[in-house]
Write a new protein. Structure first.
Length: 482
């Protein structure tokens, strides 16, 4: 006999039938049952609200209601315990409907005997135990699926997306209905994507392949891609994971940049010292020589020497400024207003190249702590580069502000010549330039200023299509809106 009694709720509005059924329970002497009789439908509904019994036995006929109605109530109350329905002879349709609604088993009331009852109870308890384990496992894995920070998806073999988690919407910026109309191949960028997908279709497990994902807004994100073919009954599908490493790669680039900047700064300071000392002597000598000369034609040459000494000194000052951390004073100010001032300062260049400007600001103006003077320099550098990259009369410059996750972002978008893949790795390096004229300190200075604001700069570009510079400021504190 079992130590712990099995609590049974027997629902039957006929007392004689109840006594017959309870006698069958008593004949099962190897079992320890705690039987409770419920004579009305309404009392049974109240009991189902708590679902405190281990086993339920419903008679089909319950006055003007039926055991099928009671099964529906059990389903509504999410009762997971086994339910056995007692039916009349020839009620196969009732039995089928009962099983559809979740009954564990059914018995013909007129043929009820201890042996058949025991078989039904044993089967129902075992079946419910398995179903509970399956439901628990399903809930556990569903929670993992839904709460994962990675994009998890299921697609058919052609790549059409069938299911995905919430992180997929955050990563791609698509709405659920739009994402279901896409294929994985449409989301991934690169010439090797078709061959990678063929590799998966052949039944191979893809592990940690670096890919680029294109969001709804056209932004490129770097991800680690894993996928495999799985079987479900007679059909096959592909399940996969995309882990966003864009921020990690950006942090790695910034770390490398900081290391290079530190080395370059030491070199620049050393060279500045070594050059300025003799330069000062040359300038002083030129001034002394000029004061002793009476011939104005000869003074013309000393003036050339002084002007070029001054120019060299100015260049050294610029190099020193670009290689040292920028000192700033942060004051809460309107970001949109700052960008309007930057565009006004760049208006001459914009007009000369007949470039169209599109301001796409966040509906609510955003106020963030910033240093107006230095940040204007940073944005002017980005806009100047965009203007110079665009063809005269065909250029479109988009200036976008937006809230994105935990960031406030400014996007400078152009439809210019773009940046080659090789140069993309070097654009922020001090003294690197792809222009015929230029010192290569504009973007290095921009990155230096933005980092002083605890921000990040990211660039995405495609030759012949254009470039997107994204400046992000973290908003751990609430952003002020005006």
């Amino acid at each position: 006999m079992q130590d712990k009694p099995i609590s049974v709720l027997l629902v039957d509005d006929d007392e004689d039938d109840y006594l017959l059924t309870s006698a069958c329970f008593k004949d099962l002497y190897q079992w320890n049952f705690q039987l409770t009789w419920c004579p009305t439908y309404q009392e049974a509904v109240e009991c189902l609200r708590t679902c405190r019994h281990d086993l339920y036995v419903f008679d089909f006929l319950l006055g003007d209601r039926t055991g099928i109605d009671l099964l529906a109530e059990a389903l509504k109350n999410e009762c997971e315990e086994p339910i056995i329905l007692l039916t009349g002879r020839g009620d196969e349709k009732v039995a089928v409907e009962a099983l559809r609604l979740g009954a564990a088993d059914y018995l013909i009331k007129s043929e009820l005997e201890p042996t058949s009852l025991e078989r039904s109870i044993r089967y129902s308890l075992e079946r419910t135990k398995v179903l509970k384990a399956l439901r628990q496992s399903e809930r556990r894995y569903k929670r993992i699926f839904e709460e994962s920070m990675d994009m998890l998806f299921i697609s058919d073999l052609s790549g059409k997306i069938l299911d995905f988690n919430q992180a997929a919407l955050q990563l791609t910026d698509y709405k659920a209905s739009d994402l279901k109309s896409k294929t994985i191949l449409e989301l991934l960028d690169g010439p090797d994507v078709p061959s990678v997908w063929n590799y998966i279709q052949e039944g191979n497990n893809l592990q940690d392949r670096e890919v680029r994902l294109i969001t709804k807004e056209g932004e490129k994100k770097y991800c680690i891609f894993s996928a495999s073919v799985e079987s479900d009954m007679d059909s096959k599908y592909i399940q996969g994971r995309l882990h966003d490493i864009t921020s990690r790669m950006q942090s790695e680039r910034e770390r490398l940049f900081s290391e290079r900047l530190a080395v370059t700064s030491r070199l620049v300071r050393m060279l500045a010292h070594e050059i300025r000392n003799p330069l000062t002597n040359v300038n002083l000598s030129a001034e002394q020589l000029e004061s002793e000369l009476e011939d104005e034609d000869q003074k013309f040459y000393t003036q050339i020497i002084k002007r070029n000494c001054s120019r060299i000194n100015d260049l050294i000052t610029q190099l020193l400024q670009s290689s040292r951390p920028t000192e700033i004073t942060l004051i809460p100010q309107s970001l949109n207003q700052l960008l309007d001032e930057v565009l006004a300062a760049s208006n001459d260049r914009i007009q000369l190249k007949r470039i169209k400007v599109s301001r796409e600001y966040e509906n609510d103006d955003l106020v963030i702590p910033l240093d107006s003077t230095t940040l204007q320099i940073a944005f002017i550098n980005l806009i100047t580069n965009a203007i110079e990259a665009m063809e005269e009369g065909k250029g479109i410059l988009r200036v976008i502000t937006r809230k994105y996750d935990q960031d406030i972002q400014v996007l400078i978008v152009d439809n210019g010549s773009g940046i080659s893949e090789e140069n993309m790795r070097k654009v922020f390096e001090p003294y690197f330039t792809g222009k015929k004229t230029g010192m290569g300190i504009g973007l290095a200075t921009t990155l230096n200023i933005v980092q002083s604001h605890k921000g990040r700069v990211d660039v995405q570009s495609e030759e012949g299509t254009g470039t997107i510079f994204t400046v992000s400021f973290s908003i751990k504190e609430p952003v002020l809106e005006v």
